[in-house]
Ligand binder design. Structure first.
Ligand code: 5RP
Length: 222
């Protein structure tokens, strides 16, 4: 199976976690896109969705799924999203698609986080994938120095020759070369750097369930 077929398989499997009549939190990225395409087929059976990015909101709307502002929503049973890396405990690196801040916010409201990913995202130790950190633009250099002191190499994410600007008007620093043996502690440490908006470590609130696409089927970790 190709990586895309594995992503499609987990996107389909995630429909089991969709609660009829409820509002669903929806993530960002290629796996989340496959999930949105599946969700489109049951649009009349959910109340709507909260999107973790402008791109996700547009895709949901293109399927006729009502998109709600998080300020109108106090609870949601499930948030479904991909990951760049995940360990068995459910801690993840996210933000490869630049949507980490809204992803973390929407996930924080959901009762359950269901991670959907192809099996290559399952790792023993987080950190091979560069860790995304969203920063206030004026703090980019100072935060880069502080992140460098943690032992990683820091790069400003670029797009079309310019710093990438997130949906929130911020920049992203990608930190490579980290071996993250205590993800919750590192999440705390990076959150405490002034100028950081969000770190793409989802450890204090990791995945409750992971659906991983493997050659022999979808493996569930919970
Ligand atoms: C976006 C994310 C994505 O979930 C992550 O990058 C995985 O993407 P994909 O499903 O395309 O592999 O965190 O900010």
């Amino acid at each position: 199976m190709t990586q895309d077929e594995l992503k499609q398989a987990v996107a389909r499997a995630a429909l089991e976690y969709v609660v009829e009549g409820a509002i669903i939190g929806v993530g960002t990225g290629s796996t989340a896109n496959y999930f949105i395409d599946e969700l489109g087929a049951m649009r009349g059976r959910i109340a709507g969705a909260v999107a973790s990015s402008e791109a996700t909101a547009a895709r949901l709307r293109s399927h006729g799924i009502p998109v709600l502002d998080l300020n109108e929503v106090s609870t949601m049973p499930v948030y479904i999203d991909g990951a760049d890396e995940i360990v068995e405990s459910g801690a993840m690196i996210k933000g490869g698609g630049g949507a980490l801040t809204r992803e973390k916010i929407v996930a924080s409201v959901a009762d359950q986080f269901v991670c959907i990913a192809d099996g290559s995202k399952l790792v023993k130790t987080l950190g091979k994938f560069p860790l995304p950190v969203e920063v206030i633009p004026m703090a980019g250099a100072v935060v880069a120095r502080r992140l460098g002191a943690l032992g990683g190499q820091v790069k400003l994410r670029m797009k079309d020759g310019q710093p990438l600007v997130t949906d929130n008007g911020n920049h992203i620093l990608d930190v490579s070369g980290l071996s993250i043996t205590d993800p919750a502690a590192m999440e705390n440490d990076i959150n405490n750097i002034v100028g950081v908006v969000t770190v793409g470590l989802f450890a204090r609130r990791g995945a409750d369930v992971a659906l991983l696409g493997m050659e022999d089927g979808v493996k569930t970790l919970q």
